[in-house]
Ligand binder design. Structure first.
Ligand SMILES: [Zn+2]
Ligand SMILES: [Zn+2]
Length: 425
């Protein structure tokens, strides 16, 4: 009989330090709910930050549940990666590196939400000022190696989702991915996923809640087998039980040096170590493979072939930045594309939109093309901002009129399944 312990885990969730995390997601509430749900280990994984982890670990010790120090990192390609560490010291060292490669933009809490730091008494002791819902300049390849150099593990988050997922962005797992599991979201239909990604048939799928609200923490339905019930034990379990082959020492050493160099100079490998230079599939099948696996790849091909080299593509509600667009790419910093929603809520005119796209926030860019799902945007806008006290929808339709007029004034270059690419007339 195996002497391993089978424990229930939920290894992805956000506290109120993530701007999108609900204010009830205090370390105390999270750990308490995990106990109620019958979990043995959880990981707190805020976006690009880890300052609520020490409090959660402390509370976990009191309540007898393992809290694995973690972070959800957003890579340069806009892929979310779960990073887990054996102790808080290692995580905080990792945090120092991540803070250096996170763009220094102040958070707008009225729009994105506040970012609260707690102590182990569950009292607010601070607020993080910098914007956390942004891409760092670390590539996914670097992230995996970097986490391991701090004794941790990193793996792609919610690979079944349409945005911030390695599969929708790259179409495949990183070339050197060496674990044999990936994380799936709580809503993933496993049969459908297996059908859609037969190449991943040999990979185990680990479900995690990605909870932003306290009632969304996972029940005891995902188990891993560990030697010891500890953060270290969990990480070793993920690495060894779930992992089939070991990284080559030379490659590892080389990569760590390379990353240190990269971070030191503050540049990314984004252009130099391009995933498109090598891929796990034969050269001839690559385009077909990407067409089948990367959302909106037909649009990216169109953009690469038909727009001027100096074009600036603005993306909203179509799945996030694509690795394969060979143009300057701008997208809103959240999956909800708040800037545009904000404009619509103000009842912006056609001219206001025009001005917005000519002078994009936090950049010196002017958009030349817009990739958007306009109908879904309007639907989302009314889902969020519909005014119930507006008989005849006079104010409601007035608010969205500027948006409609602006897009009517553009040239529709390509349309497919609700996604539209607009350019200037
Ligand atoms: Zn995520
Ligand atoms: Zn998350």
């Amino acid at each position: 009989m195996s002497d391993k312990l089978k424990i229930a885990v939920d290894l992805h969730m956000h506290s109120a330090l993530s701007p999108c995390g609900d204010s009830e997601m205090t370390p105390g509430n999270i750990v308490g709910m995990a106990v109620v749900n019958g979990l043995s280990a959880i990981a707190l994984t805020d976006h690009n930050i880890s300052y609520n982890v020490p409090a959660a670990v402390e509370i976990g010790k009191e309540l007898g549940i393992i809290v694995i120090p973690g972070m959800e990192l957003e890579t340069a390609e806009q892929i979310h990666v779960v990073c887990l560490f054996p102790d808080c010291d290692k995580l905080l060292e990792f945090q120092k590196v991540i803070s250096k490669v996170t763009p220094d933009i102040p958070n707008k809490k009225e729009i994105f939400g506040s970012q609260l730091i707690y102590n182990s008494e569950d009292e607010i002791v601070g607020e993080h000022e910098g914007m956390l819902l942004v891409s760092t300049t670390i590539t996914i390849d670097e992230a995996l190696i970097l986490a391991e150099s701090f004794g941790g593990i990193a793996y792609p988050a919610h690979v079944d989702r349409d945005s911030y997922s390695v599969l929708t962005t790259l179409g495949a797992l990183p070339y050197d991915y060496k674990y044999d599991f990936v994380e799936i979201s709580c809503v993933c239909d496993i049969n459908k996923f297996r059908e859609q990604y037969p190449d991943l048939n040999n990979y185990k799928l680990m479900r995690a809640s990605d909870a932003h609200y306290i009632d969304k923490l996972q029940e005891a339905n995902t188990f891993i087998e560990v030697d010891t019930v500890s953060p270290h034990g969990n990480i070793e379990a993920l690495k060894n039980i779930y992992s089939s082959n070991k990284i080559k020492p030379f490659f590892y050493f080389f990569s760590v040096c390379f990353i240190s160099f990269n971070i030191y100079y503050g540049i990314t490998l984004y252009n130099t170590l391009s995933l498109s230079d090598f891929n796990p599939f034969s050269r001839t099948s690559k385009e077909n493979y990407l067409r089948n696996h990367v959302i909106n790849y037909d649009f990216f091909e169109y953009i690469n072939q038909n727009t001027p080299k100096n074009s600036v593509i603005y993306e909203a509600l179509t799945g996030g930045r694509s690795y394969y667009v060979e143009r300057t790419f701008y997208c809103d910093t959240t999956s909800l594309d708040r800037y545009l929603l904000e404009l619509a809520d103000k009842g912006a005119s056609k001219e206001d939109y025009d001005k917005y796209f000519r002078n994009l926030p936090n950049s010196d860019l002017a958009a030349t093309h817009i990739l958007i799902r306009p109908n879904d945007f309007i639907k989302l806008f009314f889902d969020l901002y519909f005014n119930q006290n507006d008989p005849g929808n006079v104010e409601n339709s007035k608010k969205i009129r500027g948006f409609v007029e602006f897009f009517n004034s553009l040239k529709l270059l390509k349309e497919n399944a609700g996604v539209c690419l607009f350019g200037k007339k």
